[in-house]
Design a protein around this ligand. Structure first.
Ligand code: NDP
Length: 331
């Protein structure tokens, strides 16, 4: 039998946490034959609720679940973890300036970076979900210099999956037959959902989404805004945010990273830019990636037309500003 993998979930008493931990315990994240240990962290005001989550995990009697640590101590939570899913963050409350939220999150991610750096298992893979996800991940990277930058990522897979979903609905095809959409940039409203290279499985080979959706206006307009604003649409409908799909896509992100992407398929991940596609190096930016042997690599050589170029640059610009704002909060 395999040794258990230890998975940290921060903000585990929150909405996404509540949807995510049972998925991990059922093997959705790491596979149906991989035992797991869960490390659940939250802040002291949420300690009682966190303990309730632990009680439910015990009650669910998950065969793969080999232990649960529920704690408000960041060091205890980070000790020995192989995977860290960072969901905890300070929410933007009414009347708060962007800078105030940034400043709260920068200090959270700075301190958690140190705890992970000192106490996580070697080779720990980190996924940041809490917003502003790209910039929180960047701060985590900067303050955990001994964690290789390739091990620190942020979630844009939900946006990626939303794009697959919209194409599948529009063309009335199975979502599993659609692939290779791309989310470029920031996990924010400036993200660019791009279908220039996306395909749909047809009876004989693959067809380009661009050909199948003849309506370019829809692809360049409503499709993009629907994906960008899907989070707000769900809050409006549910009066709560999109926790189920966020949790599910976090599992997809880690699963593909650890177990690999299928041949000929890429996914979107927020990763440390090396300057590919003329995106400024040193940002955490969402790119198309393939994964193999536990490592991602950015898909190279895709053509970028003028429409796309502008969108890639606009979201990079926003991330450059966020980075400057984050640094101004540190000093
Ligand atoms: P959620 O579980 O709904 O969301 C957690 C974070 O994920 C938020 O930053 C949220 O951003 C972000 N997020 C990213 N993508 C999505 C998405 N598609 N849908 C919804 N959220 C998304 O928040 P809760 O308030 O329920 O839970 C947060 C937990 O974090 C609480 O248990 C709280 O106690 C804890 N916490 C921990 C802190 C720490 O570690 N120091 C500090 C503050 C809170 P957005 O805000 O933009 O919705």
């Amino acid at each position: 039998a395999k040794d258990p993998v230890s998975v940290l979930v921060t903000g585990a008493a929150g909405q996404i946490g509540y949807a995510l931990v049972p998925m991990i315990a059922r093997g959705v994240m790491l596979g149906p034959d991989q035992p797991v240990r869960l490390h659940l962290l939250d802040i002291p005001p949420a300690a009682e609720a966190l303990n309730g989550v632990k009680m439910e995990l015990i009650d669910a009697a998950f065969p793969l679940l080999k232990g649960v640590v529920a704690t408000t101590d960041v060091i205890e939570a980070c000790t020995g973890v192989n995977i860290a899913v960072m969901v905890g963050g300070f929410p933007r409350k009414e009347g708060m300036e962007r800078k105030d939220v940034m400043s709260k999150n920068v200090s959270i991610y700075k301190s958690q970076a140190s705890a992970l750096e000192q106490h996580a298992a070697a080779g720990c893979k980190v996924l940041v979900v809490a917003n502003p996800a790209n910039t929180n991940a960047l701060i985590l990277k900067e303050f955990a210099p001994s964690i290789p930058e390739k091990n620190i990522t942020c979630l844009t897979r939900l946006d990626h999956n939303r794009a697959l979903g919209q194409i599948s609905e529009r063309l009335n095809v199975q979502v599993s037959d659609v692939k290779n959409v791309i989310i470029w940039g920031n996990h924010s409203s400036t993200q660019y959902p791009d279908v220039s290279h996306a395909t749909v499985k047809a009876q004989h080979g693959e067809k380009h989404v661009r050909e199948l959706v003849a309506d370019d206006e829809w692809l360049r307009g409503e499709f993009i805004t629907t994906v960008q604003q899907r989070g707000a649409a769900i809050i409006k409908a549910r009066k709560l945010s999109s926790a189920l799909s966020a949790a599910s896509s976090a599992c997809d992100h880690i699963r593909d990273w650890v177990l690999g992407t299928p041949e000929g398929t890429w996914v979107s991940m927020g990763v440390y830019s090396d300057g590919s596609y003329n995106v400024p190096a040193g940002l955490i930016y969402s790119f198309p990636v393939t994964c193999r042997d536990g490592e991602w690599s950015i898909v190279q050589g895709l053509s970028i037309d003028e429409f796309s170029r502008k969108k890639l640059d606009a979201t990079a610009e926003e991330l450059t500003e966020e980075k400057a704002l984050a640094y101004s909060c540190l000093s």
